[in-house]
Design a protein around this ligand. Structure first.
Ligand code: SF4
Length: 56
């Protein structure tokens, strides 16, 4: 299951840019999971997240 740690996310927007089908920026300026499923893309985003906020 793809998750974003809201306490760690700094709102850089990288993950939603890489995987717009998985991540969306919320009203707090943080990323949240829009839809589970594209784990291949989410894995790349998790590896690229500067604060390691994404787990799956
Ligand atoms: S890449 Fe990481 S820090 Fe940047 S918006 Fe996504 S979860 Fe937040």
């Amino acid at each position: 299951m793809i998750k974003v740690d809201q306490d760690k996310c700094i709102g850089c927007g990288l993950c939603s840019g890489m995987c717009p089908d998985v991540f969306i920026m919320n009203a707090d300026g943080k990323s949240e999971v829009l839809e589970q499923g594209n784990e291949a893309c989410a894995k790349g985003a998790a590896e690229s997240c500067p604060v390691n906020a994404i787990t799956l």
